[in-house]
Design a binder for this molecule. Structure first.
Ligand SMILES: CCCCCCCCCCCCCC(=O)SCCNC(=O)CCNC(=O)[C@H](O)C(C)(C)COP(=O)(O)OP(=O)(O)OC[C@H]1O[C@@H](n2cnc3c(N)ncnc32)[C@H](O)[C@@H]1OP(=O)(O)O
Length: 209
């Protein structure tokens, strides 16, 4: 009998809340705070823009060259810190936090705010596709056979709410040669909002060196 695991197996990088991770958390706040703050705001937007540009100039002056950044971000194995879904170093990542389950599937939770809005009060369908594509990709990795997305079929069952805890799941269901079939879903309050069926083809692009 397998002993119950005390800690869930982390499949995504955890924010350290210091260094670049803390800066990224602050930048996420800026993105949300700017949204529809608009010209009706009492804040002086020209000054805000100047200050943000000064921050970006400062970062660019001190960052390694782009090709070196590419090499660095792809060094090491396993969990990435830069991807646009879970990455603590990526400001556009919500971020989704995924863990691996003993049954071979993966599961994560996330609550999405205004930057991810599509219909009023609800998640943009393309954002749901992004979350599911990535989660199915991680599910493949967790199952031991991964590849690139060839097809992603989504069914939007009901609007996906903003500001509520969403559960995102993924599970590899079949491998046939290079073809990998994977499915997943986004649920809110126990109801499926979006379901996904993916076809992945075993193919891996070379890492920058
Ligand atoms: C610890 C945790 C770590 C996390 C790890 C990181 C997780 C990261 C998660 C990130 C997740 C994000 C993931 C991303 O964002 S991946 C990025 C998005 N995807 C792409 O950019 C893929 C672009 N397309 C390609 O590169 C190629 O077209 C692929 C690779 C798809 C196939 O080109 P390739 O030349 O290699 O294959 P082939 O032509 O020899 O065909 C082979 C077989 O496949 C069949 N076929 C092919 N295409 C399709 C199709 N569309 N529908 C149905 N069938 C298709 C084909 O008929 C043939 O079947 P058969 O004739 O043999 O029966």
């Amino acid at each position: 009998m397998t002993a119950a695991r005390e800690q869930p197996l982390e499949l995504t990088a955890i924010s350290h809340n210091e260094g670049v991770d803390a800066a990224v958390s602050a930048a996420r706040r800026v993105i949300a705070s700017l949204l529809h703050a608009g010209d009706g705001s009492a804040a002086e937007m020209k000054e805000v823009a100047d200050r943000l540009n000064a921050v970006a100039d400062h970062l660019d002056e001190h960052a390694p060259a782009m090709d070196q950044r590419m090499v660095d971000m792809w060094s090491g194995e396993g969990i990435t810190r830069h991807d646009p879904v879970t990455g603590p170093e990526n400001t556009i990542a919500p971020p989704l936090h995924l863990t691996g389950k003993d049954d071979g599937s993966v599961e994560g939770v996330v609550a999405l705010g205004l930057p991810y809005q599509g219909p009023p009060g609800h998640v943009h369908g393309g954002i749901s596709a992004l979350l599911l594509d990535h989660t199915l990709g991680v599910a493949n990795h967790w199952a031991g056979q991964s590849g690139m997305t060839a097809e992603l079929t989504l069914r939007y069952h009901r609007p996906t709410p903003l500001f509520e805890q969403l559960t995102v799941t993924g599970e590899q269901i079949a491998v046939d040669g290079r073809k990998i079939r994977t499915r997943g879903a986004i649920t809110a309050r126990g109801e499926v909002c979006v379901s996904a069926d993916g076809l992945f083809i075993a193919k891996h692009l070379p890492r920058p060196r």
